[in-house]
Design a protein around this ligand. Structure first.
Ligand code: PHE
Length: 334
């Protein structure tokens, strides 16, 4: 009788199956109410008394083995069923990954280009005071050039405003750091403009400034050539004389982009040329306002709008697309 139990134990240990029906009938055959194991239990009374102890141990062993075998087969079967993932710590469903906003992508690219030639990043507040946004930049109160940048003031305190350009960051840096200095300040800026397809109250700029001994307009021009070549792969530029209160002389830079696509027509107004940045030699007054000796040091500065560059690179016909956060638009920048 013990031999019979040993045979069953041997069989159970060997038993393998991936078929769910087979596994279920295995269970019924051994563990069912009228199954083999119950039969073996009811035979206990016929076991000679000197074998009862061994028989009892073996039959319990058989029962546990069979139950464990069944559980194990059932689990691995549902595994191959994919209803239970092998790694139970994994999330239960695919979580879609977000993408970087095109403005961030272009900003990062601009930062990378200027970092290669030694520009360091500098950050400042978006809520500014009059001094850093205007006065220190050679724009005293009531100066008509303040109209160039329609400003959001805080009603209770005209000294507090939303910065209209990131030149304010440069003032803060100049005030606290002696030349030579070479910094880049990317960031969000605010202007109180009517919303149309060409203007928006919030946009993004990157401004750069370099102050050292003997910095010249030729250095500025080379830097812009290097930038446009790295960014667009082309550098057919024209420098138009312009005016900014904080630079003298000042220029606006246009790039010849061409008219290959309909979007090119749209953003260059059919000319193929697009203004991409303002620049100039830092006005000595600005240096003096920041306690920098303007007899010893000169500098150049430039500023560009990230939206405009992104529109060109990605062929985006309407600036409003950047702010609507439509996932169908954003998903295209994987
Ligand atoms: N701050 C200017 C603007 O926002 C851009 C600029 C920066 C022009 C530096 C010249 C030099 O329009």
């Amino acid at each position: 009788m013990i031999d019979k139990l040993d045979e069953h134990i041997y069989y159970i240990k060997k038993f393998k199956s991936k078929d769910i029906d087979e596994i279920e009938s295995f269970k019924i055959r051994f563990l069912g109410r009228k199954g083999i194991i119950n039969d073996l239990f009811s035979e206990f009374k016929n076991v000679p008394s000197d074998q009862k102890k061994e028989y009892g141990q073996k039959i319990n062993e058989l029962k546990n083995l069979t139950q464990n075998k069944y559980d194990e087969l059932k689990l691995s079967n549902s595994k191959s069923d994919k209803s239970i993932s092998e790694d139970l710590t994994k999330p239960g469903f695919p979580i879609p990954k977000g993408t970087l906003h095109p403005i961030t992508l272009i900003k990062n690219q601009i930062i990378e280009i200027f970092s290669k030639v030694g520009f360091e990043l500098s950050d400042g507040p978006e809520i500014e005071d009059d001094w850093h946004n205007f006065t220190a930049l050679n724009l005293p109160k009531h100066h008509p050039a303040r109209d160039m940048q329609d400003t959001f003031f805080i009603q209770q305190d005209p000294d507090v405003l939303l910065r209209t350009h990131t030149s304010s960051v440069q003032v803060r840096y100049l005030e606290n750091n002696p030349p030579p200095l070479k910094i880049l300040s990317p960031g969000r800026v605010y202007r109180n403009e009517a919303i149309s397809s060409r203007s928006h109250c919030i946009f993004h700029q990157v401004e750069g400034i370099y102050v050292d001994e003997n910095v010249s307009f030729a250095d500025l021009k080379q830097m812009i050539l290097y930038f446009t070549k790295s960014m667009f792969g082309k550098s057919n530029l024209r420098f138009r004389p312009s005016f900014f209160p904080f630079t003298e002389p000042s220029a606006e830079v246009d790039i010849y982009w061409g008219l290959e696509t309909e979007t090119d027509y749209r953003i260059t107004k059919g000319t193929g040329w697009l203004e991409i940045m303002g620049c100039g030699m830092v006005d000595p007054h600005v240096l003096e306002n920041c306690n920098i000796d303007s007899e010893k040091y000169t500098g150049y500065a430039f500023g560009l709008g990230i939206e405009r560059i992104a529109m060109l690179i990605y062929q985006i016909p309407d600036i409003r697309l950047f702010f609507e956060n439509d996932v169908r638009f954003l998903n295209q920048f994987k």
